[in-house]
Design a protein around this ligand. Sequence first.
Ligand code: SAM
Length: 290
Amino acid sequence: MPAAAGIAKGTLYVVGTPIGNLRDITLRALEVLSAVDCIAAEHVQHAQKLLAGHTLPATSRILPLHQHNEGNAAEKIIGLLRSGKSVALISDAGTPAISDPGALLVQQVLAQHFPVVPVPGASAALCALSASGLIAPHFFFYGFLPAKSGERQRKLAGLKTLYACILVFYEAPHRILESVADMVAVLGATREITFARELTKLFETIHTCALGEAPDWLQADENRQRGEFVLLLAPAEEPDQEDISPQAVHTLSVLQRELPLKQAAQLTAEITGESRKKLYARALEQKTEI
Ligand code: SAM
C-alpha cells in the first residue's frame, strides 16, 4: 500500500474507482482512500470490497450516499467538513457524478465554500471511446436514454443532427435490444455503432457494425446481450440540402403538415422543379425536428 497522502482538512475528494478490473485505480486514489476520515459511497458493501481488495482500512469510515438520500447525506458531509474532517466521494464504478450520484453533493459543498479536489480515474465512456477506433473531432456524452420507447425515440431524434459528433450512451442489458431497434428506426441503418461491453472485465467485447446489422449481431449469441454496455454512434454525413431553395423548403413544410412525407416531397418537387430525393430527405429531417 502506498504511503498516506497529504490530505487537507475540510476537503471533499472526488475519487475515480475501477469499472471492472480492480487494479484500474491510481496510486493517488489509494492514498486518498486510505487517509481520509470518511468515505461517502453509493453502496457500503461495494466500497468495503474495493477497500479490502487493496488492503485498505475500511468499515466505520463509510457513509452511504445514493440517489435517494443525496440531500441528507450532503448535509452530514458538510457537517463533517465544517468540523475539519476530510471526505472522499466514490461511486460503485468509474467517476462519481457521471451518470452516478455525487453532482448535488459537489454543488452543495462548493456553495459552502469548502474545497473540492478531483482525483481522476476510470470512466466507462472515455474507456470505450479510446478503444473504439472511431474518429471525430467531437463527442457528445448522453448517458442513459429514457426507458420508454416513445420518449427514447424523441430524444434520439433531437440528437440526430449532431452529425459531426460521436454519440455516447450508457445502456442496461435488459434494454439493449429495444434501444438499438429505436436507434435504427430514428437514425437509419447505415450509421455505425460500436458496442463496448464489459470493459476491463473477462468478457470484454468491442464490436463495430452498421446499425442495420446490430440487432442480428446482438441476437446471434445471447451472451452479447449480457453485462454492461457503452454504445457509441459514429458521426454521420450531413445531408446536402444547401441547394434547396427557401421557397421549396417553405412549400414542403406547409404540405408536410397535411400530407404524408412522400406525397409532400413529390408535390413540392412538381411545384418547384427541385429534386424529389433531396426534398424527401429534407422532409425526414423536418419530421424528426418537430
Ligand atoms: N460513473 C460511471 C462512469 O464513470 O463510467 C458510470 C456509472 S453508470 C451508473 C453505469 C453504466 O456505465 C453501466 O450501465 C454501463 O452503461 C456503463 N459501464 C460501467 N462499467 C462498464 C464496463 N465495465 N463496461 C461497459 N460499460 C460500463
